[in-house]
Design a protein around this ligand. Structure first.
Ligand code: CMP
Length: 139
């Protein structure tokens, strides 16, 4: 089934000017970037985006990091996009990420782990609606 997933290229990547390298891996893996923009989140917006993690000990650092620099938010489309993008990202902690994954190539730490991807169809729908309006999704 063709799916859409929400991807965030995080501040550790934008800060080091590696956005194009991450996008090259995404496109080589067969994803189409059907919407994309570079934005700077406020702390409040980052807190809202990650509110499912609000009770976790890493929440404050996570939100401060996500709002520390610009991010690139994008919608990726392909067959099984949600699971396939999580596979391409690699494990949350880059020291456990398989070779050839984005996090194994670029991530610095579990906090500065380069990319975010939706973890379910429900999350994908909510996260896409958080960042994009229908007119911005070109297919
Ligand atoms: P992400 O996929 O964006 O979703 C939540 C983020 O929290 C995760 O990537 C990590 O960058 C960050 N994080 C920090 N510590 C942890 C942890 N112990 N477990 C899971 N996620 C963590």
């Amino acid at each position: 089934m063709i799916e859409k997933t929400l991807s965030i290229i995080k501040p550790d990547v934008t800060r080091r000017n590696l956005t194009g390298k991450v996008n090259a891996m995404i496109e080589s893996d067969g994803f189409r970037v059907v919407a994309q923009k570079r934005i700077k989140l406020t702390l409040k917006q980052a807190e809202k985006f990650y509110e499912v993690h609000a009770n976790k000990p890493f929440y404050k650092d996570l939100c401060e990091f996500l709002s520390s620099e610009s991010v690139v938010v994008q919608i990726l489309e392909k067959e099984n996009a949600i699971a396939d993008y999580r596979r391409l990202m690699g494990a949350t902690n880059p020291s456990n990420a398989d070779k050839g994954t984005i996090r194994s190539e670029f991530a610095i730490s579990i906090d500065q782990n380069s990319v975010h991807g939706s973890d379910s169809p429900e999350a994908a729908a909510n996260e896409i609606a958080f960042f994009f309006s229908g007119i911005e999704i070109v297919g």
